[in-house]
Structure formats: C-alpha cells, structure tokens
Ligand binder design. Structure first.
Ligand code: FES
Length: 159
C-alpha cells in the first residue's frame, strides 16, 4: 500500500497559523500549496490531496488551481526549469522559434523533462519583460533580448 503523504508537525503548525490570516479555509489555498511544495519539494496530485484534505476542498478543485499558476514547482520539472514567454510581444519577436529550437536541442516537447532530469520546457504567459522581448526564465533568472545563439550559450553554461 502506498504511503500517504502528510505535512510535518512544524508545517501543520504553520498551516494553523496561516489559517488565522484568512476569512475561510478555501481562501488559504495558495499558501497551503506553498507549504506542500516546501514539504515535498514539488506539488503533485498527491500533494493536491494533502492540501484538499486540510482545506476541506475537492482534490480536483485544488488541482485546477495548481495548474492555473506557473509558480509552483511540479514533480516533472527539471533541475533547470526553462520557461519561454509565448505572449504577443515575445511571439512577434520570434520566441516561438526559440521554443522550437529548444525542443529540437533538448529532444523534448513543451511540458516535458529531459531523460537526465536536467531540463524541462514550458511556454508561459507574459514574464513582464515585454520591452526586452523575447524573454525566458530559467528557475529564478531572467534572460532577455534572446537570440538562438544566446540560448545556445545559456544552455552550454548550464551543462
Ligand atoms: S510578452 Fe513576453 S515578456 Fe511580456
């Protein structure tokens, strides 16, 4: 039988404290997902069940909220989480060519991770760097005014 995930005693205390800042349990969903992420290193469907149980919500609702946001670490993300902006300013500055190049170079599709677990690739909405499009984010770092050559240099520096 699978071990059911649970938050540690310390995180459960943190959860109780978080609840005091919100009018109801449902409103505390985002910080609760953050606690799950901190506890397990990512949020997967089991993590959604943990949050759902704590907040008296359905796991499907929690999963829907989780997948709406891009800022939670997911179980399939690589060591380097590559997020390329696909919104208008970046798209007209050829960010989709950069996505195609990365897919080819890494041998993965958008939403996948390389076999060695090193890189995952996502196409995301505006990264708020429209003035320096095309832009991408890798983990917490921003890369702007991208060209294919620049992307190759960045990948090389991460190997
Ligand atoms: S459109 Fe790409 S950063 Fe805003």
């Amino acid at each position: 039988m699978n071990q059911v995930k649970q938050l540690s005693k310390e995180r459960l205390e943190e959860f109780e404290e978080i609840l005091t800042h919100f009018p109801n349990k449902k409103a505390a969903l985002l910080p609760t997902l953050r606690l799950v992420e901190e506890e397990f290193g990512y949020v997967d469907t089991e993590g959604c069940r943990v949050a759902a149980k704590l907040l008296d919500l359905s796991p499907a609702y929690v999963y829907g909220v989780l997948t709406f946001y891009t800022h939670y670490k997911r179980e399939w993300h690589g060591k380097y989480r590559i997020m390329v902006c696909g919104t208008l300013m970046c798209a007209i500055s050829k960010s989709l060519e950069i996505v195609a190049h990365l897919k080819n170079k890494l041998g993965i599709e958008v939403g996948e991770r390389t076999a060695d677990g090193k890189f995952s690739l996502e196409k995301v909405e505006c990264l708020a760097s429209c003035g320096t499009a095309p832009a991408m984010q890798i983990n917490d770092d921003y890369y702007e005014n991208l060209t294919i050559q620049k992307v190759d240099e960045i990948l090389e520096s991460l190997k």
